[in-house]
Design a protein around this ligand. Structure first.
Ligand code: NAD
Length: 283
């Protein structure tokens, strides 16, 4: 069954970017979240991202109009029933994702592939929660989705070869570079990235240097395009904390313990760019 209609659940940082990329490549997209306000914020995010691409002459005004025209917004998951693929990009939480996948399993046709954009959670566990484990797979886009080339593709133990092949080919159609990774906490990207971000937060916590100076060390000294604290703000500090907890639980290794400062920031609601304040402030 050819993939023509794609459901995207979660219209936050990642979901709206994923919806934009599918729509820009000609797919009909249904973007779902729990409230009209959340869906509205997602659509506004897509509009301003397209506006920036237009200003940089990366797309035309006609591209912007046609991309927006292919995205329908909804708060009713039943409207995703006809999609050949649903990508979930909801909060990084095992219970939230499991319940959502079980609902999608009920409402979607038996052939629909259910992909998760999880950053760290076991695909094997998520697949096992559904009645179609062979059609569950990890499709881990990077932030910001329209600009980042990589998609990590994670096969659950149960994922069928056919499902993997279709998602791999689909990533290529989206202009992305797919990399196949075994199902393991944090996969490759966050297994490597999160300890670095966590260590940068410890350095700040211990007063080694200011946030700006820690980021400058990594930008000018290691040639990173963005410092780890600014990157944590971009990812979302709640998401960083959840990923570190999955790494710590999954490996049982204290080296992944989240820095107490990260927990405090999350407790305070300083989640990074999405709330206007994290290690830096955003207008
Ligand atoms: P976010 O907090 O920005 O957005 C999450 C969205 O999910 C919110 O709009 C929320 O209302 C919605 N949501 C929660 N429960 C829902 C439900 N049951 N049904 C429908 N919508 C629901 O989070 P995010 O940063 O976009 O992360 C989403 C997923 O993408 C997570 O699994 C995260 O680990 C992963 N991810 C994040 C990044 C990043 O840089 N932020 C990068 C790659 C992958």
């Amino acid at each position: 069954m050819e993939i023509k209609t794609v459901g995207v659940v979660g219209a936050g940082t990642m979901g709206h970017g994923i919806a934009q990329v599918f729509a820009a490549h000609g797919f009909d997209v249904r973007l779902a979240d729990t409230s009209d306000a959340a869906v509205g914020r997602g659509l506004a995010g897509i509009e301003s991202s397209l506006e920036r691409l237009l200003a940089k002459e990366k797309i035309t005004a006609a591209d912007k109009t046609s991309t927006l025209g292919r995205i329908g917004a909804t708060t009713d998951l039943a409207t995703l029933a006809g999609a050949e693929l649903v990508v979930e990009a909801v909060t990084e939480n095992l219970v939230v994702k499991t319940e959502l996948l079980q609902t999608l399993d009920r409402v979607c046709g038996p052939e629909t592939i259910l992909a998760s954009n999880t950053s760290s959670i076991s695909l094997t566990r998520l697949a096992a929660a559904t009645g179609r484990p062979d059609r569950v797979i990890g499709m881990h886009f990077m932030n910001p989705v329209p600009l980042m080339e990589l998609v990590e593709i994670i096969r659950a133990l149960q994922t069928a070869e056919e499902t993997y092949r279709r998602i791999h080919d689909l990533a290529l159609r989206l202009g992305k570079t797919p990399v196949s990774v075994r199902d393991s906490p944090g996969f490759v990207s966050n297994r490597v990235l999160m300890p670095m971000i966590n260590e940068a937060i410890f350095a700040l916590h211990e007063g080694l240097a200011t946030a700006e100076d820690i980021d400058t060390v990594m930008k000018l000294g290691m040639h990173h395009p963005m410092g780890p604290l600014a990157l944590a703000d971009l990812i979302g500090l709640d998401t960083c904390l959840s990923i570190l907890e999955v790494l710590q639980d999954g490996f049982g290794d204290p080296k992944y313990r989240p820095c107490p400062l990260l927990r405090q920031m999350v407790d305070a609601g300083y989640l990074g760019r999405k709330t206007g304040r994290g290690f830096y402030r955003y207008d």
